[in-house]
Ligand binder design. Structure first.
Ligand SMILES: Nc1nc2c(ncn2[C@@H]2O[C@H](COP(=O)(O)OP(=O)(O)OP(=O)(O)O)[C@@H](O)[C@H]2O)c(=O)[nH]1
Ligand SMILES: [Mg+2]
Ligand SMILES: [Mg+2]
Length: 495
């Protein structure tokens, strides 16, 4: 597809790969409640130290959890962890083993949040889930099994310190390996994704196994688990003291450059499949877009420092004010909190937008954060996204019109190859009687979300009303032209 003059903004997206032989530990810190250990390409272990479920007691209080441990709450967390592990062949497939790690940890937090909301009723049939839970996550890299051992010992120590000594441990059992009798073993081949031509891609989906151990970092436990030893390495000795250098590296947090505009862009994982399974209208499903918008509004209400958001298709970009000190600018926390909050809201609001459609499986989104040093580059970034929206929408509108008129997908693709904007508009008008510019703005412009500076009278359809100052609104304006920004200086430039 055509490049635009705004494409240069892509160069601000820095790579953040973890190289072999590092092991990746993804810790979902729903404020210290669980951790998932990955090997580069395969999730091998998920260790779950049960601590406080949420940072503040608010969530526990609102939902009347018993103290100190509410069994159903812990069971729900366990169940979500198992779901993460079982989901993993799919994630591995999608991201390969040297993809950006922000994608991986954000995806895990997002999926975890979606499963949490989905399973809530199973564990709390009597209690309403009052608001969207969110989780933070980060990656810890371990250069060897010795460091991993220290990491596990450190987490378990923390668990003991918190007086919550019950440590649960999940293993992924590899196919064909001997396993101890106590472990349940299941080998199921399932469709985990569809390729570009819609053909199912099958992989082995491995079942998580649940065991308890007093000391997950001990040789006696670890070395007796063939799947762990083989995939992650043996523990050669028991450790008494954890190297302070290791502990420091576990606590390291990446920070985003100060005084730059931070954009967190989230994108639906495999939404091609998700929209097929849920029979979204093609090329645009207004309800699906409005559900996305409503989640973005919730994000702006939850995170004051986000001043603007722009969404199209299955993605949303959230712009934080330059001076933001959210989570001390720790990128993993910012990315995972926003992504998981968006996802759990998506699941909670699904029924409002699709009252007659069941949510077939929990969706997930990945997130990344990019810093833009100047206001001009930030506006170019937003323009880049809106140009993309325009190009894709125009192409997709033509493509689906051709398909609906009887052409095959390949014929339609060939027909559109190399065509320019004007030719596509002519095609729509001549062959299908559709004036591109009369299509709904939400499809052509995408959606912008921001707070109002002044109270406003609005009229939308039959409903008219007054919007209050500071209220979060959704608009479908042209953000490429600078006139929008000049008319709304409060949104970004004067934050
Ligand atoms: N039918 C329909 N499909 C949509 C709509 N919005 C998004 N999609 C689908 O979601 C996809 C989003 O594109 P991508 O984000 O590039 O692709 P993806 O399948 O999500 O794959 P990854 O993002 O790489 O995980 C589109 O290609 C569509 O297939 C919609 O309103 N209607
Ligand atoms: Mg996507
Ligand atoms: Mg997308």
């Amino acid at each position: 597809m055509a490049n635009s003059k705004y494409e240069y903004v892509k160069s601000f997206e820095l790579e953040d790969e973890v190289m072999l032989p590092n092991l990746m530990v993804v810790r979902i810190d729903g404020r210290d409640f669980s951790s998932v250990v990955y090997k580069m390409s395969v999730v091998m272990v998920c260790s779950l130290c049960i601590g406080k479920v949420f940072d503040s007691d608010r969530f526990a209080q609102v939902h009347e959890f018993e103290k100190p441990n509410h069994e159903a709450a812990l069971d729900l967390m366990n169940s979500c962890s198992a779901a993460v592990l079982e989901e993993f062949p799919d994630i591995v497939f999608a991201y390969g083993y040297s993809d950006e790690y922000s994608k991986i940890f954000s995806l895990v937090a997002s999926f975890f949040a979606a499963v949490y909301v989905t399973k809530w009723k199973e564990f709390f049939p009597e209690i309403n889930l009052e608001y969207a839970p969110s989780f933070t996550s980060k990656v810890v890299t371990c250069a060897s099994s010795e460091v991993l051992q220290a990491y596990l010992a450190w987490r378990q120590q923390d668990c003991h310190v918190n007086n919550l000594y019950d440590t649960c441990f999940w293993l992924l059992v590899q196919s064909g390996k001997t396993i101890s009798e106590t472990q349940e073993f299941l080998k199921v081949e399932e469709t985990v994704k569809h390729d570009e031509n819609g053909n199912p891609v099958k992989r082995l989906r491995r079942k998580a196994v649940f065991v308890h151990s007093e000391n997950i970092a001990g040789r006696s436990f670890w070395n007796n688990q063939p799947s762990l030893c083989q995939d992650l390495g043996n523990f050669t000795k028991d450790i008494r003291n954890i190297e302070p250098d290791y502990t420091r590296s576990f606590q390291f947090e990446n920070k985003l450059l100060p005084l730059t505009w931070v954009v967190v862009r989230i994108d639906g994982c495999h939404f091609h499949r998700f929209s097929d399974v849920h029979e979204f209208e093609k090329p645009n499903d207004e309800r699906a877009l409005k559900l996305m918008n409503s989640c973005a509004v919730a994000v702006l209400k939850e995170f004051e420092d986000i001043h603007f958001a722009y969404g199209v298709s299955d993605e949303y970009s959230f712009v934080l004010k330059k001076e933001s000190e959210l989570y001390k600018r720790q990128s993993s926390k910012i990315i995972s909190a926003i992504t998981s909050f968006f996802t759990s809201t998506y699941v909670m609001k699904w029924g409002d937008f699709f009252p007659h459609k069941e949510l077939k499986y929990p969706p997930s989104f990945d997130g990344r954060a990019v810093c833009y040093p100047t206001y001009k580059i930030l506006l170019d970034y937003l323009a880049w996204r809106q140009v993309d929206c325009h190009i894709n929408n125009q192409y997709n509108t033509c493509f689906w019109m051709l398909v609906k008129s009887g052409k095959t997908k390949t014929q339609s693709q060939d027909y559109l190859k190399g065509t320019q904007t004007r030719e596509k508009n002519e095609l729509l008008s001549r062959q299908f009687g559709v004036e591109y510019n009369s299509l709904p703005l939400i499809f052509r412009m995408g959606s912008s979300v921001f707070r109002l500076k002044e109270a406003l009278e609005i009229e939308s359809g039959v409903a008219s009303g007054k919007k209050l100052e500071g209220e979060v609104v959704v608009d479908h304006c042209n953000i490429i032209e600078h006139s929008f920004w000049e008319e709304h200086p409060h949104i970004l430039s004067y934050s």
